[in-house]
Design a protein around this ligand. Structure first.
Ligand SMILES: [Fe+2]
Ligand SMILES: [Fe+2]
Length: 155
């Protein structure tokens, strides 16, 4: 396991736990707390996705010739996750307890699948690329601009 994996795995477990905490709060009828936990989680998670979308995935595309299919799938996962997050945000905002589980469970499963897949892809490609180009990865991270964010968020 390398440095990239550690960062990735740490963040993934953190987000999976955060989503479960949102579920616990909403399930107990503590909607304000659920919304607050959700907002905190999403703020952090948006940055995680941007780092992948804007720095790490492009670096894999540039350096690993046969990475295209995997990276395309991971980007599609992100699109699905963003859609599901919007659904869940709506349900939380409107306190729709009857739709809550139906919104959260597919998102949670999707995140688990995506995270496992991404960890597998990163460890398959990671050693030869990101670690070797760590300085460049850091420079690109530092150059990220809010205006580069291609994803639309309504919350
Ligand atoms: Fe991801
Ligand atoms: Fe990730």
């Amino acid at each position: 396991m390398n440095t990239t994996d550690n960062w990735l795995v740490h963040d993934h477990r953190k987000y999976e736990t955060a989503l479960r905490e949102v579920e616990l709060a909403a399930g107990a009828g503590r909607w304000e707390e659920a919304e607050r936990l959700f907002r905190e989680f999403v703020e952090d998670f948006k940055l995680h996705m941007r780092i992948e979308d804007e720095v790490l995935y492009p670096m894999f595309r540039e350096t690993v010739a046969d990475s295209r299919e995997d990276i395309d799938s991971l980007v599609e996962d992100h699109d699905d996750i963003v859609r599901m997050l919007h659904d869940l945000a709506y349900v939380l905002r409107h306190r729709e307890s009857e739709h809550f589980e139906a919104s959260l469970e597919p998102l949670y499963r999707m995140m688990l699948d995506h995270d496992a897949y991404e960890e597998e892809v990163f460890s398959r490609f990671g050693d030869s690329t990101l670690l070797a180009r760590r300085d460049e990865a850091m420079a690109r991270l530092n150059r990220m601009q809010p205006s580069d964010n291609r994803r639309e968020w309504s919350f």
